[in-house]
Write a protein that binds this ligand. Sequence first.
Ligand code: PMP
Length: 399
Amino acid sequence: MPSQRQLFLAHLAQTTDFPMMVDIERAEGIYLYGPDGKKYIDLISGIGVSALGHRHPSVTNAVKEQVDRYMHVMVYGEFVQTPQVQLAKYLTEHLPDNLDNVFLVNSGSEAAEGALKLAKRYTGRPNILYAHNAYHGSTHGALAVGGGEHFKAPFRPLMPGVYPVRYGVMEDIELINNATAAIILETVQGEAGVVVAKKDYWKAIRNRCDETGTLLILDEIQSGIGRTGKLWAFEHFDIVPDILITAKGLGGGMPIGAFISSLEIMKVLRNDPILGHISTFGGHPVSSAAALATVKTVIEEGLVDKVADKAKLFSTKLKHPLIKGLRQMGFMMALQFDSFETTKAVVDRCTETGIITDWFLFCDNALRIAPPLIITESEVEEACDTLINAINWVYERQR
Ligand code: PMP
């Protein structure tokens, strides 16, 4: 009888030649458990997803209740489905006034695709600007506005009319002009290794977009749902996007995404052509019920306000000669080492000793820390102690 691991390698399409191959039997809170009883701290939330940790009762109850009522009944946008309606209502109540209309999709990439189409259709303009080292997804359009020629070249031709700018660089803001439909930016760059731009930059971006009639699309797929210590990271910079995209943490472990804008902008997807953007499963009722429970719990339990103090505890505890720095915006953290080799050795040792972490798509010499928002102070201490032990283990062997 082949093992699960052999079947995994034989029949599931692989994305690298070196998958993590961690066997998971169940998950609870910040912990994952293997079939052999091995326990791991999930220090990356399944890559920015499990804001409430795993199997939070508010989410599992919402899922169970919805499964007992109905699952898929109709493609997105036709039937009045209460979980979708309530989710959209709740989200818009916790967003600035102009973000009052929600298009539900299934993933982050789809949210990016929808936002790009919406901007082109609304402005009637051909061009999109995007940032170096950006990540907005793996589909053709989202990949076209992502950084990293290495990841793009083999798949060309991608979407035309896209032009890169340097993230956080004032001079490049001038590249936004009257032919620019939108500029798409992550409010905090995730896969670049947690890169934060200054408030002045964001003010200047907002002003230039207003001057030229360009839409500002902010990608909060990683930075949203409280991860940076505000519900949305743009709140740190006193700016508001024209289109906001969210996914990952939104669903509390269920797949869902959204692009959110004003009714005035969103209206253009209804005519010329009708059905300007459609989706069969977008806003699946079970995912929508899970998302509503997730966002409500994050807000009502005050989890967002507790991020800053717990994030500070990470920065206080994570001190070691091998650590070259910590880039941090709340619970988006990049622990910098000297090389990929050191980072990989630490990540591997972490897996052996019970911590799940990894590095970033465009920054392979830093370790990702993005814990569930529900992590307690004592769990932060436990995670940091295990992490420092792993770092020290690598350090001893390098000497
Ligand atoms: N935008 C950002 C900032 C992301 O981090 C990701 C996923 N890593 C995406 C978009 C794409 O999301 P998905 O994988 O759900 O398509």
